[in-house]
Structure formats: structure tokens, C-alpha cells
Design a protein around this ligand. Structure first.
Ligand code: GLU
Length: 441
């Protein structure tokens, strides 16, 4: 073991979307590249919104991507640790009770903004006397608890951003415990990262300001501060916010739409990095080429067209063994090799199966060409050269060439005007079927 340990920490309040998948994949690649360990942590302290179904869905989504985890933790099993941490912070004077209601805080923020002041919590609760607090509690108010930040520059060397320095005086003291006693993410995440010895916290740059407060919290609780890396956010290809078309799609949607998980992995492993996006059939290849240090601060642009292209390229390179369980029953390797170059999603292969194995509606576009085809139909056995020899004969007989020759034949034999190469398809359709189709039966 290298001592390197990372985690992916989704909240089971919904299914994973493409943005989450990127966080999972980058952490997983980092762990596998460094010989470290990967923890799946479910941030389910919000018991009202977290469900077992979503938790199972997240695990299924990660398995679909091929991402396995070495360790598993659930925050709902760990409340005792958060309470112990809270007690430590109270006794060291770093956690203080506040009694403002959400409406009061909101009003104060609005006043600060109208005075062009930053909307930072003014620490009014620190000035309360014991009497004030007793009075407020007698009114029925229950305190929430804030972490008292030290007003100093808090800095770290970020794997993606380089040196980051944040003046903690510009931040509100974060609320760590709600008035109903529930610990909030800022606390539970630090306790878990510290307790489970996470060495590298790799997450989206929307957490950069949290990081300054969390570094102080790691220190206040006596934990080793991990190394941080904040990857940039995903934007739409045209520069808008997170893509409605792709970025906010759930992995379950993408799976239902027939995308290959490795198409998504290939895209997400490189998007936003200096390395080119390339279709890869194996996660191991993505691991070998992974370097978080090559990710840039510029937003990563997600282009649905790029995913489609990667998906098609992967299918074109996939072996029969890799797809056989998802092909129609009875489909052969020759069938797969004949159609794989012509499909964008694996499900399209099934559309071609009846063309070689069943009865389909065909179209007679040019009677003369089709009749000549029937008259010159070669005897079996057929192979990959039969198509060329046969169509040369049909051409010689009718004078038809190019599109005028091939289009009516394709329509008569497959019922469609586009599709895979006819040369490998023809022997698969077989002489009996071809003869019947040429007779319009
Ligand atoms: N549950 C948190 C989130 O999904 C985890 C953030 C983190 O990685 O620290 O935003």
C-alpha cells in the first residue's frame, strides 16, 4: 500500500449524473494509478432526502462504469463520531451556539448587500451573555452551532489550481450542527476524511471555499490535512451552464439510451485535461495515461456529439465476445463483424438481425436490375467475394453502374437504402432468402 487513499462521496438523494460520474472516475483513476485505495462514502446524513433505492442506484451506476471500491462507509452509521468531534470543538471554544432564525439571517444578508458589504455572518452570537442565551432558550429557541474560523490566510497547494490562498476573514463561520442536532456536511466530511485517513480530496471546484474552512477544521480536530485537487466544472459545448442535454442526464438514462460505459469513461477521463480524448476499450489504458496534474482550471466542455462519436468508434473495435450477451439470440461472430462498422449504438445491431435471419419487407425499385440479379444468382457456397463477382454480371447484363446498380439491389435484399457493406452481408443472408427477396416474396 502506498498510503494514498481517495474517496467519492455522493449523497444518495438522486441518481448519479454525468458530472458526478466524472468525480467518481477521476478519484478511481487516481487511486488505481497510485496503487492507493478508493472509498465509496455515502453522504446520507440528510435522512429526509436520502433513500436506500438511490444508494443502490449509485452502486449500480458505478458498477456499470466498471468502478470498484476497496472500502465503503455510510455517514448515517457514523453519527457518534460527529458528536464526539462536536464535543471536542465545544470544549476548545471553536464551536459556538447561535440563535438567529433563517429569516433573521436572510434579512441581515440583504441589508449587508444593500450596503455593498460582503454577506458574511457578523458573529453577533459571540457577544451573547449567559443571560441572553438563557432568555432565548426560554423563548423556545434551539441553537445551531458555528465553527469559529481563525481570521488568517488559509492556503494549500492544489493539484489543479496550484497555490490557493483564502483570507478566512472573508468567510462566514460555517454552521456545523443544525438546531435539531444534525451534523452538516462541512463537519461530517472532515471527520470522515480525517478518521478514514483520506490522503487526497479530489472534487469539483465548487468546493474551493469550503476547503479553506475545512482545512481549519482538520487542524482544530487534530487530523492530518489531506492534499486537495479541485477539478473544473463541466459546461455545455456552447458555453452555457451544466448541459441540460448531457451533463444533467443520469447515468441510468445514458445506459437506457444504449451508450457504452467505456465511451463515457474515455470522454470523462480526459475532458478538461491537456491529453487528447481517445476511445479506449479498457479502464486499464485510461489508468496508465492518467495524470490529474494535467487537468486545467478552464471549464471542461461537454459535447454530446463527441460522446456519440466515441461510442461508434468503440463499437467498431469491439470483439464479438464483448458484445455477444447483448446481441439477439443466435447472432454469430460473422454477423457482428458485418454490422459493427455501421452502428452508433449496440441496439442498432438488433435491427439488422432479421435482415439475415428472418422475413423483412423489401422494395423492388428497378425491375430490370432485380430480374437480372435473379437470373445470374450464383450457386453456393458463397463467401466475401461473391457480391463483387455477382454484381459485375448484373452490370454486364443491364448496363447499370454505381448507384443505379447498387441502390436497387440493396433495397431488394435488405429493405433499406443504407447499411453495412453488402459483401460480408450477402453470404449471411444466404441464397434461399436472396432468391425469395428477388422474387418480391
Ligand atoms: N457529498 C458531497 C457532495 O456531493 C461531497 C463533497 C466532497 O467531495 O467533499 O457535494
Amino acid at each position: 500500500m502506498t498510503g494514498i487513499s481517495v474517496r467519492f462521496a455522493p449523497s444518495p438523494t438522486g441518481r448519479l449524473h454525468v458530472g458526478n460520474a466524472r468525480g467518481a472516475l477521476l478519484n478511481w483513476l487516481f487511486a488505481r494509478k497510485s496503487g492507493g485505495s478508493f472509498l465509496l462514502r455515502l453522504d446520507d446524513t440528510d435522512t429526509a432526502r436520502s433513500t436506500d433505492d438511490f444508494a443502490q442506484g449509485i452502486e449500480a451506476d458505478l458498477r456499470w462504469l466498471g468502478l470498484d471500491w476497496d472500502r465503503f462507509a455510510k455517514q448515517s452509521d457514523r453519527f457518534a463520531l460527529y458528536t464526539a468531534a462536536t464535543d471536542r470543538l465545544k470544549s476548545s471554544g471553536r464551536l459556538y451556539p447561535c440563535y438567529e432564525t433563517a429569516e433573521e439571517l436572510d434579512l441581515r444578508r440583504k441589508i449587508q448587500l444593500s450596503q455593498k458589504k460582503p454577506p458574511v455572518y457578523n458573529r453577533a452570537a459571540l457577544k451573547l451573555t449567559d443571560d441572553d442565551r438563557a432568555k432565548l432558550e426560554a423563548e423556545g429557541r434551539k441553537p445551531h452551532w458555528r465553527f469559529k474560523l481563525e481570521h488568517r490566510i488559509t492556503a494549500w497547494d492544489d493539484i489543479v489550481h496550484g497555490r490557493v490562498e483564502i483570507d478566512a476573514a472573508s468567510l462566514s463561520d460555517p454552521v456545523l450542527v443544525r438546531s435539531d442536532g444534525y451534523p452538516l456536511y462541512t463537519l461530517s466530511s472532515v471527520v470522515d476524511d480525517g478518521d478514514l485517513k483520506i490522503s487526497h480530496v479530489i472534487r469539483g471546484e465548487d468546493h474551493v471555499t469550503n476547503t479553506a474552512a475545512q482545512i481549519q477544521l482538520f487542524e482544530a480536530l487534530g487530523y492530518t490535512v489531506p492534499t486537495f485537487g479541485h477539478f473544473s466544472l463541466l459546461l455545455d459545448a456552447d458555453g452555457g451552464g451544466l448541459s441540460k442535454r448531457l451533463g444533467s442526464l443520469s447515468l441510468a438514462d445514458l445506459r437506457d439510451q444504449g451508450y457504452e460505459p467505456m465511451a463515457l469513461n474515455s470522454l470523462l477521463a480526459r475532458l478538461g485535461s491537456a491529453d487528447p480524448v481517445e476511445p479506449q476499450l479498457e479502464l486499464a489504458t485510461l489508468v496508465a495515461g492518467f495524470d490529474l496534474g494535467r487537468f486545467s482550471r478552464a471549464p471542461a466542455r461537454l459535447d454530446p456529439h463527441e460522446l456519440d462519436l466515441l461510442n461508434a468508434k468503440l463499437l467498431h473495435a469491439m470483439d464479438f465476445a464483448a458484445v455477444q450477451p447483448r446481441l439477439p439470440a443466435g447472432a454469430t461472430e460473422a454477423f457482428w463483424l458485418a454490422v459493427r462498422g455501421n452502428i452508433g449504438r449496440l441496439s442498432e445491431a438488433a435491427d439488422w438481425w432479421p435482415v439475415i435471419s428472418g422475413d423483412i419487407a423489401t422494395v423492388i425499385e428497378d425491375r430490370a436490375v432485380v430480374d437480372a440479379a435473379a437470373e445470374t444468382l450464383p450457386a453456393e457456397p458463397w463467401d466475401g467475394t461473391t457480391w463483387k463477382a455477382w454484381t459485375q454480371q448484373i452490370s454486364a447484363k443491364t448496363g447499370a453502374k454505381g448507384k443505379a446498380l447498387f441502390h436497387p439491389l440493396r433495397l431488394a435484399l435488405t429493405g433499406r437504402d443504407k447499411g453495412p457493406e453488402m459483401a460480408p452481408l450477402l453470404p449471411l443472408i444466404g441464397r434461399d432468402r436472396v432468391a425469395r427477396r428477388l422474387r418480391g416474396m
